[in-house]
Ligand binder design. Structure first.
Ligand code: ADP
Length: 452
């Protein structure tokens, strides 16, 4: 993998304690000459002196050689081989792990020329001066000339390096102190921000709480208003029912053949009074029903209801209403078993209302009712092929007294659907509509199988 480009740059003998200093100093010299950075020079020199000390003590010394070798990737490496004078004892020598090994790129024990050599290497930076064979020859000559300094000089130098290293540590410590100060400052800022935020949050919370209190108050007021409206409607309708019924009775009496005969004009006017009073009675009755449903005064009578029976009755009673030629009333037979827990009277009222509307708003085609059990709930759909309802009116038709402008049914109070929806809710279900103008409507009553 690595091969010396040329002969060793420098060779020296390590035999005794003072040589350790010399090796250290020469190592740094070679490192400087080949272009290692300052820190790396110190690292290599330190690693060399550590290993040298071990070798002098354990195997009386070594022969040391410095090489510049080429690596596969083209980078140059400074390599130092230390060939021990004697084989290592049974305990061997283990410098390859630990702090010394970390000072250089590689530190290994490797066999060379029949002995185990300790080899360390350090990569030469790419920006160092190019080490051409000519330059290496120059360096070799230069190193051969320079005489090693004394152990004392080397010690002095080592001291200086130690002081420089200490200085660096101190400056790091100062930087750390500055950083610490900044961190504390930031912490104070964050804390202030946090306090400000939590104050704002508290403020907002107080606002929300106040808003909720206001909302509660408003909804209580709304509930009270709605209750008094229902009470008013119930009272007025109740009070109106008796006189209106009386008017109808009197009109019937006047027109009766047993009474004094009326002139033609009188008979027409009495007829008008009677039909207006009848319309009024329908309105009063509807209002009373709705007011009762809204005030929660209707208590469903829960029993086992058979949908086939309900459908059969409606088929029979509404046949008379389906008298428009070209409109067919189809009440499909529900799938058996068609039972649910509900209030038969209220359920019949809802369905009659829907069928009634269907027949009222359909000129040609059909009005159809069918029931299906979907996901454990009954879905009863009353569909027609009538005038249909525009999407923006789908919810409005469930408001009291609302009638689609221009739907011109002639009769009706606009109370049927709100009443039907109320009853559907009382029965634990819901009532909705899908419709398209000109294509018909489908009202869907969704009910639980086992009541509420
Ligand atoms: P009413 O039928 O007495 O007017 P409803 O509350 O039953 O009152 O219906 C409100 C309005 O909804 C009706 O006036 C009509 O405009 C519209 N509507 C209800 N059912 C149908 C339907 N099947 N097809 C078209 N429009 C409908």
């Amino acid at each position: 993998m690595t091969s010396p480009l040329t002969a060793p740059l420098l060779q020296m003998a390590l035999r005794a304690e003072p040589d350790i200093f010399v090796l250290r100093q020469r190592g740094r010299e070679v490192a400087t000459a080949v272009g290692l950075e300052y820190q790396d020079q110190i690292r290599l020199a330190t690693a060399l002196s550590e290993v040298a000390r071990d070798l002098v003590h354990s195997v009386t010394g070594a022969d040391v050689a410095f090489y510049v070798v080429g690596m596969d990737e083209g980078r140059r490496v400074l390599r130092v081989d230390l060939a021990p004078l004697r084989p290592f004892g049974p305990a061997g020598y283990e410098p390859t792990s630990g702090s010394v090994a970390r000072l250089v790129d590689t530190l290994e024990l490797t066999p060379a020329d029949g002995v185990t050599v300790i080899r360390m290497s350090r990569r030469i930076p790419a920006n160092a001066e190019a080490l051409t064979p000519q330059r290496l020859a120059e360096l070799r000559a230069q190193l051969a000339q320079s005489a090693p300094v004394s152990a004392l000089d080397e010690l002095t130098l080592q001291n200086e390096q130690l002081i420089a290293a200490l200085d660096e540590v101190r400056s790091h410590r100062d930087e750390l102190a500055v950083l610490n100060d900044e961190l504390q400052e930031t912490n104070r800022g964050v804390l202030a921000l946090y306090n400000q935020l939590s104050e704002e949050l508290e403020e907002t919370n107080r606002g929300v709480v106040a808003l909720y209190a206001e909302l509660d108050e408003k909804s209580a007021q709304l509930k009270a208003a709605s209750e008094s409206k229902s009470r008013f409607l119930a009272n007025v309708s109740h009070e109106l029912r008796a006189p209106v019924t009386a008017v109808i009775g009197l009109a019937r009496l006047l027109a009766d053949s047993a009474s004094d005969p009326l002139t033609g004009e009188q008979a027409r006017q009495v007829g008008l009074i009677r039909s207006s009073a009848t319309d009024l009675l329908v309105l009063v009755n509807d209002l009373l029903d709705l007011a009762k449903a809204e005030s929660g005064r209707i208590e469903p009578d829960w029993t086992e209801v058979d949908l086939r029976v309900v459908f059969g009755q409606l088929r029979g009673t509404l046949r008379a209403l389906a008298n428009r030629p070209g409109v067919e009333l189809v009440v499909e037979e529900p799938p058996a078993p068609a039972t649910l827990r509900s209030d038969e009277t209220l359920l019949t009222r809802v369905l009659r209302n829907l069928l009634h509307n269907g027949l009222k708003f359909t000129e040609t085609g059909e009005v159809r009712m069918r029931a299906d059990l979907v996901d454990g709930r009954w879905r009863i759909v009353v569909s027609d092929t009538g005038v249909g309802i525009a999407p923006d009116q789908h919810e409005r038709i469930f408001e009291e007294f609302y009638q689609v402008p221009g739907s011109a049914s002639g009769v009706g109070t606009g109370l049927g659907l709100p009443y039907a929806r109320r009853l559907a809710m009382l029965l634990g279900g819901s009532l909705g509509v899908t419709s398209e103008p000109g294509r018909g409507s489908a009202f869907t009553l969704d009910l639980p199988v086992d009541g509420v």
